[in-house]
Every structure is written in C-alpha cells, then in structure tokens.
Design a protein around this ligand. Sequence first.
Ligand code: FES
Ligand SMILES: [Fe+2]
Length: 362
Amino acid sequence: MSTLSTIDWRTPQTLVQAHGLPATCYTDAGLAAQERAAVFARSWQFVAHAAQLSQPGDHVVTEVAGTPLLLLRDDSGVLRALHNVCRHRGGPLAIASGSGLRQLRCQYHGWTYDLQGCLRSGPELDAIEGLDRAQTRLPQARAEIWQGLVFVALDPATPALSELVAGIDGRLAEPLDDYVFQRRISYPAACNWKAYVDNYLEGYHVPHIHPELNRLLDYRSYRTECEPWHSLQWSPLDNDASFYGSGTALYYFLWPNTMLNILPGRLQTNRIVPTGVDSCRIDFEYYYRPGLLEAHADRITQDQELAEITQQQDVDICERVQRAFASGSYTVGRVHPTREQGVHHFQELYRAASRAAETGKG
Ligand code: FES
Ligand SMILES: [Fe+2]
C-alpha cells in the first residue's frame, strides 16, 4: 500500500482529500529551472498596459521565461511581441521602453529590422555571402489585449487568452480598458513564487494575519469560485467601511502568476516574478476609473496605505513559511475544503503542468 510519502506529488488530488505540495516544490533549484519551460513559457504572461502601446512606434522591453521580448505597435497598427534577440549574434534591438520607433537597429553591430521584425539593412551586409534578408526575421510571440492589459505567450500551443479569462467580463461592474495608470511599486520577497501565490489564494489567514483588512471585509461572506484557468475570491463591500462605497471586492487569480484586485473604480494588478528558487518579486500597479484620482485622492491614499500594510504582512508570513519549508521539518498538510479551494485549484494546475512537462505533452 502506498503511503503519502511514496505517492508522486504530481498525481491529481480531489479537493476533499487534498494535501498541499511538498516542501521540495518550494526549495528544489532544479525544479525551479524546469518551471520556466513547464509553466512560464507555456502560459499567458501579463507584461504591459495597452496605453503604453497605443501609437505606432510605442514599445515595451520585457522578458518572459528568460526570453527577452520587444513589444511594439508597428506602422500598420499591429501589436507585436518580437524576440529582442538579433539574428546576427544575439544583440538587443532595444534596451528601454518608449515611443517613436521607426525601425529596429541592433545595439551591437547595427543590423536594422523593420517593425515587422524583418531584416532590412546593416553595415557591409553585402559582403556576407548568401545572407537572405527576407528570411532573416525576429521570432515572434503571441500578444493579446484584454481589458486594457497586454498579455504575451511564447508557446503557440497555449490555449487562447479568451479561455484564461472566460466569464470575467460579465462579472465586472464596468470595463477596465480606460482605467488610468497611477503608480507601480515592486516588493522583493524571500520566498518561492508559489508560496506567495498559495497565500494569495485563501482568505483563511485574513483574520489572523491582517487585522486591519479584516475590519473591512466580511470574512463570513468570502467566497471562492474556480474556473478552468482562473479563480475568483469575492466579498461584498460594506458601504460604511469601504473606501470605495458599496459593491463587490473581486480578487482574480489568472494562471500562473497574475492577480487582479478589483474594487469599485480601482484595479490593482499583481505580477509574481520568480527571481530564484527562494525569492520572487511582486510588481503592483494601480489603475483608476478616469476622474476618480482627482475626485478622491484621500480615499486612494487610504486604500494604498492599507494595501501596503497588508502586503508587508503577506510577505512576512510567506518568508517565514519558506524558511519552514527549507528546514526539513515540514511534511505535507491537509488543504481546507471550503477555505482553500483556490490553493487546491492552483496546485492542481501546477501538478498538471508538471505532468505535461514530464511526459513531453500538453
Ligand atoms: S548582434 Fe545584432 S548586429 Fe550583431
Ligand atoms: Fe494576505
């Protein structure tokens, strides 16, 4: 008979019988390297806002699963995610985000491409026998916009972005496309990226870790819903306690590392970027309904102050959990069936991605 320790952690688990992922999933450097291909190169990654790419020549330099990318709006208005890797010897076509690009000139030896990624010219190129300029193109990833958010996928086999976000539009009180960017802030955390995601996906800890936030949310009415590629935690907002009036707080998790925290008139995005097996960076961005910033600066300050307190509390507990995982003491614990469905949902997607990578499928 198999015991818990002999069951492969990749095996699917039902919610009612589920255990969490083993500590090694959070501490094994080899596994962390495999995740790049198994998880990050095979999923939609939130990388920019559409407002940064509205005009031809607008561009954003970024990286997905270790691949340098140059997102741009080309001269015919098409959004492209070109690999920022020159076909000569790998030099970068752009170093920084900005606007006004007319062509792409490699920073290394000056080969020049058009905004479609096709090689046009370069210093003394005619001397290179047989170089076919028309066939020399920068590889391209997929880029799509949803609710003003720009996502990129490296793998052509990744299911469409519309599947990732299926059903969300209908839950929103209003479209988010025209929300205005206000601020970006990054938080380093000494924990594996999955420890941070796990923590995000349950409200079970809110009364214990976040006394300030707990006063604002009605913990008893906190609900979790799981869809194929995303999950939602939501809670009605108490009109008196909320900075934003009545409505619903929606906390969306999009596989594998994007979070959208939506309050009436405000969108806060979180992107969890692994920086090592035991470290990650959490990028927050704040967007507001046009006019809200000017009309309600005080409420926004209060909201962001609470978010700051909450984030420090989350990072602190995640870092403690990471040290526990690394200690060797931790053996897998049970998942709470009504308070941690989101954690189970995420971990099942993670198990599936790991199985697919193992068998070379998916
Ligand atoms: S690496 Fe780009 S021109 Fe040489
Ligand atoms: Fe939290």
